[in-house]
Design a protein around this ligand. Sequence first.
Ligand SMILES: Cc1cc2nc3c(=O)[nH]c(=O)nc-3n(C[C@H](O)[C@H](O)[C@H](O)COP(=O)(O)OP(=O)(O)OC[C@H]3O[C@@H](n4cnc5c(N)ncnc54)[C@H](O)[C@@H]3O)c2cc1C
Length: 408
Amino acid sequence: MTGTIIIAGAGLCGARAAFSLRERGYEGRIVLIGRERHAPYDRPPLSKQTIDGLQSIQHIAEDENYRTSRIEHMGGVDVIAIDRHRRAVSLSDGRTLPYDKLLLATGARPRVLPGAESLTNVLTLRSFDDAMKIRDRIGVNRSLAIIGGGFIGLELAATARQLGTSVTVIESLPRLMARAVPAEIASIVQARHQQEGVEVLLNASIASLGQDDDRVRIRLTDGKEIDADLAVVGIGAIPNTELAEAAELAVDNGIAVDAFMRTSDANIFAAGDCCSFPLQAYDGSRLRLESWRCAQDQGITAAANMMEIATEYDGIPWFWSDQYDLTLQIAGLPSHATETVRRELPDGSLLLFHLDARGRLMAASGIGRGNAIGREIRLCEMLISAKAHPRREDLASPSTRLKSLLAA
Ligand SMILES: Cc1cc2nc3c(=O)[nH]c(=O)nc-3n(C[C@H](O)[C@H](O)[C@H](O)COP(=O)(O)OP(=O)(O)OC[C@H]3O[C@@H](n4cnc5c(N)ncnc54)[C@H](O)[C@@H]3O)c2cc1C
């Protein structure tokens, strides 16, 4: 197959799509256009190993691979408009490029706190450049206020604490990670942060946020004041849908695609954090995920479909988070369940199985040291895909191997 495929957004999803096109034998031109000056890199280390200095930027591929795969990466350039009629995109450097197929892999950006945009010591964390700025300002004798007790904020809290930073987490809800993580796992994570010396403030609403010289000053509605060298806001992300909206593509909590990652225009595809898609394993409910594996797999699926190899995306949502030596993992959607069965493993790890009213396994979550629960969660993904209805007593008993349930 020949022609030109343009990929707007050079993150994980865009890069995986580009390489996958070549691996599948696409012969035409591939142009990968990214706003950031860096070649595509992985974001998960940014709140973990990048901040604590153990890893620098983790590129998805070496420069040499782009050359040998004939992928034209244009860094530091924005796609600013799509002309669907002429099938062309306009770039921020004044160029116009025609396409046969276009993939939107524009990702998401951090939600900001209104009024905090101009404060130099109030940052967000999405890019490698953000991570470098944060890294320069934390450590022994420094204080960090994290606004938002979600994954990114808590991973950063753990990393900053391990570097000797004094850390306060400010969360407006009654518990941490309320959006995606079951309460029992969130409470284990909270206890660990507190044991490590992180101050965790729940039900905490911000009345004012300002900066005096180099200090961030936060006042809560209950009158408490927090003073810090730096504040990082981690209150969620917004999908980058503006290009799609201006081109009048359907948008529904993300650029709306079908199971083939096709937008409402047959020549334009979208994938990764920027899109919402029908989740096959959950009767087609529409969902937008911010998850590393989903972005990668959807990029690969979009590549196949752009080459007219019809391939449905049928992944099970999966996410992990590393905080201290703990890893939590979630497969499936616990929000679709009505009942939870617990299994405690001999090494102290915990697994939770989330069932719907008919006993179907809808999700599994767990927490343990290192990769202690990795294998079990992988098996649960298979059980979820298979729409299994395992017996509660089998799930609860550590002596019943999940693999045997799969065979059943
Ligand atoms: C700090 C951090 C930690 C994370 N940790 C985990 C984890 O532990 N586990 C997990 O599963 N997931 C994690 N994630 C989520 C995961 O990294 C994302 O789901 C994944 O990066 C999404 O990939 P993407 O390519 O869809 O979007 P992105 O990575 O956001 O890439 C999109 C790219 O497109 C560019 N762009 C946007 N608009 C335009 C335009 N108009 N023109 C050109 N370029 C454009 C953006 O600048 C960006 O570089 C983490 C994310 C962050 C930020």
